[in-house]
Design a binder for this molecule. Sequence first.
Ligand SMILES: Nc1ncnc2c1ncn2[C@@H]1O[C@H](COP(=O)(O)OP(=O)(O)OP(=O)(O)O)[C@@H](O)[C@H]1O
Ligand SMILES: [Mg+2]
Length: 305
Amino acid sequence: MYLQHFGLSEAPFALTPNTSFFLAMTPHVEALQVLQTALQTGEGFIKVTGEVGTGKTLLLRKLLNELPPPLRCAYLPNPCLSPSELRWALASELGLKYSANIDQQQLTSLIQQQLLALAAHGHAVVLILDEAQALPTDSLETLRLFTNLETETRKLLQVVLFGQPELDQRLASAELRQLRQRITFSYRLRPLDERETQTYLNHRLAVAGFKGAPMFGAAEARLLQRASRGIPRLLNILAHKALMLAFGAGDSRPSRSQLRAAIKDTEDATQGQWPLTWAGWLACGALLTSLVLWFGGVGQWGAGL
Ligand SMILES: Nc1ncnc2c1ncn2[C@@H]1O[C@H](COP(=O)(O)OP(=O)(O)OP(=O)(O)O)[C@@H](O)[C@H]1O
Ligand SMILES: [Mg+2]
């Protein structure tokens, strides 16, 4: 690969949400602040939504790393779980030992006892779910019932939902209105603007060990921001492809045409608005000029008659 060519110690644009590459940009900082405030106030449900690839899982991992010690965390990365699977998963996250023969009611009461025991030792539990848009409706309802448990001052179980915008659409339905009312804190991650895009790209390169002057200027960032619609995952894909092309050509940084080639090669990228290439525009200009000259000539010829 191109690591040696650019003097990098690791891949700068890998798709894994690796917290060592985290850049504290406004949307992500605001989301973390909302999460921390909501967790401190002890509210039942907290929600973070964002388009595919905007950084929800990365944010979640950042939150997991930064949870203050009195909060105990249970993390479910894949919430395609029925209500009973959800209870089993929660029980095992809470470190419960139980016989496989117990029924759902017994399991529920074991979970409640464990939450109460943890609360007695000063621990509130935070259940964090990624991809929450995939959680079945009856499982969401199961979660809501667990968050009914509370002390005088706070919930015994707080739930943080990370999900794509489809989660908001699901929560808008009448059958989930009770849960919707419990979500007192929420945040919607927005895509990156041009300036953030430039900082983001150069930041990832710097973390990966790049030592030269910033590789992406404002014009390159504008091009990539438009093509990616400011979605970090798409930016990673485009930047990676552009670096591959620059490496292949022996260049020290991707040129504009290499960036355009990367965009063209990426199905989900927004392609340029202009249907014509520069050569096309030149040909059009030449055609227009000759038409003007020709009509001018015809006009003079007509006047001479
Ligand atoms: N603030 C940031 N700093 C550094 N990298 C980021 C940041 N935000 C997003 N990324 C990167 O963008 C890519 C996509 O992020 P992530 O996987 O967290 O998105 P997602 O919102 O969870 O997507 P999906 O909806 O598909 O699950 C990852 O490589 C992640 O590291
Ligand atoms: Mg994710």
